[in-house]
Design a protein around this ligand. Structure first.
Ligand SMILES: [Zn+2]
Ligand SMILES: [Zn+2]
Length: 358
């Protein structure tokens, strides 16, 4: 099998050829049909998160080992099964099945895992982060339970549901269905994640989104995708524009960028009792006067990916109400480095997917 791996943080991915592994136990081997190129791959590639004030959080200190095959948004076709996986009659898979991969795998033993929130496990074994991912022609999964039937959704549209989809769905669910149906939601960032969030909000019968992005082309893409308004967060009167677009009071914001200035702007715009969900890992730090939290009854919450249950819910939602699809560029696996470079340079509108169809 061949894969493009991070051999050294920040350096171009290197082509590795290894023998294709044989599944043992409950393992399932998939041939990769589509692997989304996600913004967080840039962090894994660079090997760090920015904590603000010149501080960095190194990913190699958090269980990431090199060389690493990235790629956590994968769709594949089952090509081989371990002996235990073959025997599973309920929840099993068979050769030729096409499945969406749930990548946020935990230890399976602890309380959060047993509660069904493996994405929050303290001993993660995430696909494309701690285990080899989909920047490859083959992918090994530890168990069929992580493989989700995506029906007739096209493979390259299904793949991003595993990360950008479930991440934005998880954030929207934290705001609550009632709130998103009743009130306009600010979405910071109109990249792939932002457009995905906008689409899922629609599928959830949301009132609509006010999208913030510094890039005029991305604001135009957001308007085309049905945003209520698209505003430049660097405009001198950004706060007034946002509150006006929200109808006088902003109740909810999802920050998919997560920089010092975007989180600050969201906090400044929220009305009493409002909620901010931070998803983006751009990095930075903010100072909030602590009395604001009680006096303005603010809810400030982080959200990290989503659970296996949420991914299954999302797939059902999308199968019933197909998303107004996010613009998608399918590229061959051999263009993995170019895809990362384009993403880093901000040249991508929508989403890139690697795969044999590229
Ligand atoms: Zn991702
Ligand atoms: Zn666990």
């Amino acid at each position: 099998m061949k894969s493009y791996d991070v051999a050294e943080c920040g350096c171009p991915l290197r082509l590795f050829e290894r023998p294709t592994p044989t599944p043992t136990g409950s393992e399932v081997l998939l041939r990769v049909l589509a692997a989304g190129v996600c913004h967080s791959d840039l962090h894994f590639w660079e090997g760090a998160y920015d904590l603000g004030g010149g501080k960095k959080l190194k990913l190699t200190d958090r269980g990431m080992k090199l060389p690493l095959t990235m790629g956590h948004e994968n769709v594949g076709e089952v090509v081989a099964l371990g002996p235990d996986a073959q025997k599973m009659s309920v929840g099993g898979v068979k050769i030729g099945d096409r499945r969406l991969v749930y990548p946020w795998i935990g230890c399976g033993q602890c309380l959060v895992c047993r509660r069904g929130e493996e994405n929050l496990c303290l001993k993660p074994g995430f696909i494309g982060v701690h285990r080899p991912g989909g920047y490859s022609d083959h992918l090994m999964m530890p168990h069929p339970r992580y493989l989700v039937d995506y029906g007739d959704i096209p493979a390259e549209q299904a793949a991003p549901l595993a990360c950008s989809g479930v991440t934005t769905y998880g954030a929207l669910k934290k705001l609550g269905r009632d709130l998103v149906e009743r009130e306009a939601v600010v979405i910071v960032g109109a990249g792939g994640l932002g457009l995905m969030c906008l689409s899922i909000l629609k599928a959830m019968n949301g009132r609509g989104a006010i999208v913030l992005d510094i890039d005029a082309r991305k604001r135009a893409a957001a308007m085309q995708a049905g945003a209520l308004a698209a505003i430049d967060p660097n405009a001198a009167d950004a706060q007034q524009q946002i509150v006006k677009a929200a109808g006088g009071a902003l109740w909810a914001a999802i920050d998919l960028v997560g920089s010092s200035s975007t989180v600050q702007l969201c906090v400044d715009c929220l009305t009493k009792g409002g909620a901010l969900i931070v998803v983006g890992l751009f990095g930075g730090a903010i100072t909030i006067p602590t009395p604001y939290l009680p006096l303005r009854a603010l809810a400030l919450r982080g959200s990290y990916t989503g659970s296996l249950g949420e991914l299954k819910e999302l797939v059902e939602l999308v199968r019933k109400a197909p998303l107004p699809y996010v613009p998608m560029r399918v590229r061959p696996l051999d263009e993995a480095n170019a895809a990362l470079a384009d993403l880093k340079a901000g040249r991508v509108i929508g989403r890139q997917v690697l795969g044999p169809g590229g």
